[in-house]
Design a protein around this ligand. Structure first.
Ligand code: DAH
Length: 343
């Protein structure tokens, strides 16, 4: 019987390598590791053996079944990758047979946590339903600012569209600057990072989602400067992309920082221009700036004595750059052909 097991193993492995599509693979699964497949049949036969043989053959038979199941999963993965690459419709899915794994956004977010934690940042979490006061007013965004309108913001309490009393789905993680200082009673020097989900009334397309993830950073001390910001952010992107990355700052305006800038990183994938950087060698990655004195005051921090930088970028965007994903909608699609590539 041991010999039979060996032969079965050889035959199954041989046939598996010649399965070229999902249908052939499914037929193989049924023939070998299905409920009435060859391995189960063989194991059913051990009841007539001696106790010792039962033990040995049972053990080896089960080991073979496990091995074949693993091979099956590997092959399934390979075939799916090949077919999704060519845009071919897969025929059927046995969801129960899949092994669970983390979502690409979760993987990216954990990496962001890990790197900033190693740079001395505290990780903070805060509410998705946010007071307009935190989302706008305390960040120096005045009542008449267009971003506060119903056109951009999901109102939870529509009666108070422009009032500080209102409730909104947060449009950015920036309110966490003030919340985390308040909640954790932070006193400078400190550095904090707050990743989380944000919501905007966007027209959804390949690069815009109404729900996505951002990470917000804030670092304050008596001496914090733009040079510190540059060092921290270059270290972050170089570690994240495992490449030597430099950043450049372009002047920009955000009400809660002064000066404010858009941050570009040098393309981590090329030196001369490629598809990812649209042949420009630079990729826009976040907004940032030196915290506005009014915002420091709103944190109960004396702007005469302390200064700091703040930044905010999108986790989805990082994941798209890293994994070469060209459509943001895939993240929420629940399409297993997409998701399984991250197992
Ligand atoms: N909150 C901004 C946005 O969602 C991003 C941002 C810009 C965050 C500048 C910052 C900053 O902290 O300083 O577009």
């Amino acid at each position: 019987m041991e010999q039979q097991l060996e032969e079965l193993s050889k035959k199954a492995n041989g046939e598996l390598s010649s399965c070229e599509d999902a249908q052939a693979l499914e037929a193989w699964r049924v023939a070998y590791i299905g409920r009435s497949g060859a391995v189960s049949e063989l194991l059913r036969g051990i009841k007539d053996l001696s106790d010792e043989d039962k033990r040995v053959i049972g053990k080896n038979g089960n080991a073979l079944r496990r091995e074949l199941e693993e091979r099956y999963q590997e092959k399934l993965h390979v075939l799916e990758k090949a077919s999704s690459g060519r845009g071919v419709q897969a025929t059927s899915y046995d969801l129960e047979a899949g092994v669970g794994h983390l979502h690409p956004l979760t993987l990216t977010m954990s990496r962001v946590h890990e790197i900033f934690a190693s740079l001395g940042f505290i990780i903070a979490d805060g509410p998705e339903v946010e007071e307009a006061k935190f989302n706008f007013d305390l960040l120096n965004i005045p009542a008449e600012h267009p971003a506060r309108g119903e056109g951009d913001t999901f109102m939870v309490d529509p009666l108070s569209v422009n009032g500080a009393e209102g409730l909104v789905l947060r449009t950015q993680t920036s309110p966490m600057q003030i919340r985390s200082v308040e909640a954790m009673r932070l006193h400078p020097p400190f550095s904090v990072i707050a990743p989380g989900r944000v919501f905007r009334k966007e027209k959804v397309d390949a690069t815009h989602e109404s729900t996505f993830y951002q990470f917000e950073g804030l670092s304050v001390s008596e001496t914090t400067s733009i040079a510190d910001f540059k060092f921290i952010i270059e270290t972050f992107f170089s570690t994240f992309f495992n490449a030597e990355v430099t950043i450049r700052l372009r002047p920009s305006y955000f009400p809660f920082v002064e000066p404010g800038f858009e941050v570009d990183m040098s393309c981590p994938f090329c030196k001369t221009g490629c598809k990812v950087c649209k042949y420009s060698k630079w990729i826009e990655v976040m907004g940032a700036g030196m915290v506005h004195p009014n915002v420091l005051k709103n944190m109960n921090i004396d702007p005469e004595k302390y200064q700091g930088f703040a930044f905010g970028g999108a986790i989805d965007r990082l994941a798209m750059i890293q994994y070469g994903i060209n459509d943001i909608r895939l993240f929420w699609s629940g399409d297993v052909r997409f998701l399984r590539q991250f197992s």
